[in-house]
Ligand binder design. Structure first.
Ligand SMILES: Nc1nc2c(c(=O)[nH]1)N[C@H]1C(S)=C(S)[C@@H](COP(=O)(O)O)O[C@H]1N2
Ligand SMILES: [Mo]
Length: 528
């Protein structure tokens, strides 16, 4: 605490004693330490939850986009390939000068120093959210930087004032040593955080750069065109092909593996006659095939959205296994991700005629990093946890009674065929609609078997036949719609599908554990 009033002064109005004022360089050091700590925390947070949201990265990228062309050319002509280093050093200087200024202003005119920090953080948030393919998460690191820096600035300036002599005491209530220790610790931890964040993200950044300059080879076998009749123009209905940015994502990766495609290798090993090793270049030189396959997560609740559909480009795994020649006793392939995650897939599902592939492309793009760049597996008809290994590096041909995999070790079933199911997309649950003709529409799936019929029930009435959109193939979901002559009141809509073998979707409710949910999706709607 700083004593601002002395008894002598309170009897001598009106002069208020001036607020304590620290030497400018000490206040500036506090600002720098607070901002370094904020950036350190942000880089660490970013390297785990939002690699594209690093404040240093997004602000740097925004500056590159915003500087006028003549300046860019001038910098390049003077500094050549060091232009990025020049950018980073200039940016660091601007940030440090701003941070120092924030400290001085906070000392003399609080809370203006904090306002400077909040403005800086807001610039980071803006830069993060205006990147192409930005997600809301990318704003988090800049927010963390802003909060940590603002709080530390407040605390350290208060400590600094506590060290200053007052009118009643020659020395303040905070020891200089304590203040210097706290400020130094903030700065050092901040620098450590920044460096550590960069190290942790280096692989991811390198893979992002490699992916950006990689052009997918043309398919040897293009996907059959999507029939025009495969989708209904109904607003709110899931698009027949899910754009990559909207494709559901599930994995255990705290940090997305950053794989260098030039060192990536796939090893086919275990109970095989010939071990096979394949580089990325070798894989790309093979005749790649396109196929449209719907991927589903076993954790998808009835009516849930852990299901998406994409056109994949890849090479059939059965051809590679044919080269490896699995032993006759093998019945499973344990695929391993670069980060150690494993899936156990029936050998048969990888050798039969279905399109089980090593995928390198997704909807005409290289695999996004979060979907397995550079190579993942896609196996029609099986839930992802037993088949869809992302960042795949090894196929170990083995037996179910010899080894288990990541999720089968945790109580999920050994076998995971996707269950027949259907979902209502429109109207949305709880919606208010006008009485009259209401379009009810959604998707139904029974991967690798196909859907032959969808029916909709209103309250406890009879089942109504929905119209099916054209199927792409048995391996993809299928749109359906039904026009409901809706009368006013509260109603329940329920959907069920029938597969190509005539099996009707069960109404029996089962939880997602151990091998996928069952039951019928129903929504309630108010009609007026
Ligand atoms: N390496 C790795 N691959 C993985 C997983 C994982 O945790 N790690 N999760 C699997 C699960 S459970 C699913 S449902 C699918 C999801 O693939 P997506 O994120 O591309 O939609 O990936 C599968 N592949
Ligand atoms: Mo999953």
């Amino acid at each position: 605490m700083v004593v601002r009033d002395s008894p002598a002064q309170s009897s001598a109005p009106p002069a208020q004693p001036p607020p304590p004022r620290a030497p400018w360089w000490l206040a500036a050091a506090v600002g720098v330490a607070a901002v370094l700590a904020g950036l350190g925390a942000a880089e660490l947070v970013s390297s785990f939850i939002a690699q594209n949201g690093s404040p240093i990265l997004v602000v740097g990228a925004a500056v590159i986009d915003l500087v006028p062309g003549w300046l860019k050319e001038a910098v390049i002509s003077v500094f050549g390939t060091n232009d990025k280093a020049v950018l980073i050093i200039s940016l660091a200087l601007v940030v440090l000068v701003g941070a120092g200024a924030a400290g001085i202003v906070e000392d003399r005119r609080p809370p203006w120093g904090r306002i400077v920090i909040v403005a800086g953080g807001a610039l980071g948030v803006l830069a993060a959210l205006t990147r192409s393919s930005a997600s809301l998460w990318d704003a988090v690191p800049s927010l963390v930087a802003m909060i940590v820096a603002a709080v530390l600035l407040t605390v350290l300036i208060r400590m600094l004032h506590g060290t200053l002599p007052t009118r009643v005491a020659p020395r303040g209530s905070v020891s200089r040593r304590k203040f210097v220790g706290a400020t130094g610790a903030a700065a050092v931890l901040g620098v450590v955080g920044i460096v550590l964040g960069q190290v942790i993200s280096a692989g991811y950044r390198a893979a992002t750069t490699a992916r950006a300059s990689f052009h997918l080879p043309a398919p040897s076998v293009p996907a059959p065109p999507i029939p025009a009749g495969a989708s209904f123009p109904v607003p709110g209905l899931s698009p027949i092909i899910t754009p990559n940015a909207q494709f559901y994502r599930i994995d255990t990766a705290l940090q997305i593996p950053g794989i260098d495609p030039s060192t990536w290798k796939l090893k086919i090993t275990g109970m095989v006659e010939n071990e096979v090793e394949l580089s990325f270049a070798q894989l790309l030189a093979l005749p790649l095939e396109e196929s449209t396959t719907t991927l589903t997560c076993v954790s998808n609740e009835v009516g849930g959205n852990l299901i998406s559909n994409a056109t994949w480009l890849g090479y059939p795994i059965r051809h590679l296994l044919a080269q490896a020649k699995p032993s006759a006793n093998a019945d499973m392939v344990l695929s391993r991700s670069q980060d150690g995650w494993t899936a156990s897939t029936p050998l048969e599902a990888l050798t039969d005629e279905r399109n089980a592939i090593l995928a390198v492309g997704m909807n005409g793009q290289p695999l996004p990093l979060e979907h397995g760049y550079p190579v993942r597996m896609v196996v029609p008809g099986l839930y992802g946890y037993v088949s869809a290994t992302k960042w795949v590096v090894e196929l170990d041909v083995t037996r179910f009674d010899k080894v288990t995999s990541y999720w089968t070790d945790r109580g999920w079933s050994e076998r995971g065929p996707v269950k027949l199911s259907s979902r209502i997309d429109v109207p949305s649950g709880g919606a208010n609609v006008k009485a009259g003709d209401v379009v009810v529409a959604g998707v139904a799936w029974s991967q690798h078997v196909g859907v032959s019929r969808v029916q909709v029930q209103v309250d406890d009435g009879s089942w109504n036949e929905a119209t099916l959109a054209d199927a792409i193939s048995a391996d993809t979901w299928r749109q359906w719609k039904w026009v409901w002559p809706a009368g006013s009141g509260h109603h329940t809509l329920r959907v069920r599908a029938t597969d190509a073998n005539g099996k009707v979707q069960t109404a029996k409710v089962q939880d997602v554990v151990p091998n996928g949910a069952t039951g019928l999706h129903e929504i309630s709607v108010s009609v007026d």
